[in-house]
Design a protein around this ligand. Structure first.
Ligand SMILES: Nc1ncnc2c1ncn2[C@@H]1O[C@H](COP(=O)(O)OP(=O)(O)OP(=O)(O)O)[C@@H](O)[C@H]1O
Length: 227
């Protein structure tokens, strides 16, 4: 099992009291499978992703990434775990305007203390995997929204993560491009054997997911096998 959320409770300060964003949530995502997290606005989807990414520590419960219980790790170890085992795709691509597509990916290696030059072959391989091998030299303003989102996905895979967390990747895309990006995420999940969690409020493209986790008011309603 690559990602296990075990009885997670998360609260935020709310006036004099606390707001419960996640209430006893348990979810297991095996390698090579895709779990969609769906639910209305404010139900707790982003909170669940942030806890899975170890960006927020829960009030209680365990987050286990690739067999490692993250509760036992200090800040530096958590940073290292995030860099090496967890790929995160945020809603907006947040690409650096002055860098080419290949350089956006090479930066990830640089952050990890490796030389960008040595990371070029992997960057090109991943750009190829997301169908952008002929766009490696282009900068963000020369690319479409769908292409930018593909770079965003390729960048998250740069350090070969076991867990891939994706937040609303299709929200800035039209229907066709959204479907293509979801197809790509599904294919990469299988090919690269990542445990992938995809947060979305849009159920239209969810035909190929392995599991749908529905969140309502911070509770997981039905973790069920997808049709
Ligand atoms: N930093 C915060 N401080 C206080 N409350 C927060 C914070 N972040 C989220 N919340 C609250 O926690 C609950 C869950 O929010 P969350 O962002 O996880 O929902 P969501 O399902 O991702 O919503 P959306 O689909 O609108 O992005 C909401 O009631 C929200 O107002």
């Amino acid at each position: 099992m690559s990602l296990v959320l075990d009885r997670i409770t998360l609260t935020y300060p709310d006036g004099d009291g606390r707001l419960t964003a996640l209430d006893d949530v348990s979810l297991t995502v095996p390698k090579g499978t895709l779990t969609a997290v769906v639910g209305p606005s404010g139900s707790g989807k982003s909170s669940l992703l942030a806890v899975a990414a170890t960006l927020i520590g829960p009030d209680s419960g365990r987050v286990v990434v690739d067999g490692t219980d993250t509760a036992g790790l200090d800040r530096a170890e958590l940073t290292s775990l995030r860099r090496t085992r967890i790929g995160i795709v945020f809603q907006q691509a947040n690409l650096l305007p002055s860098l080419t597509a290949a350089e956006q990916l090479q930066v990830m290696a640089h952050l990890d203390g490796r030389s960008p030059r040595s990371a070029l072959p992997r960057a090109l391989e991943l750009l190829d995997a997301v169908g952008l091998h002929d766009q490696a030299h282009r900068r963000p303003h020369q690319l479409s929204g769908g292409q930018r989102q593909r770079i965003n996905i390729a960048r998250a895979l740069m350090n070969d993560p076991t867990v891939l967390l994706v937040d609303e990747p299709t929200s800035a895309l039209d229907h066709e491009r959204g479907a293509a990006v979801l197809e790509l995420i599904t294919e990469l999940t299988h090919r690269r054997a990542t445990a992938t969690v995809l947060v979305t409020h849009d159920r239209t493209h969810l035909t190929a997911v392995d599991q749908i986790a529905e969140v309502h008011d911070g509770r997981l309603v039905v973790p069920s096998a997808a049709a």
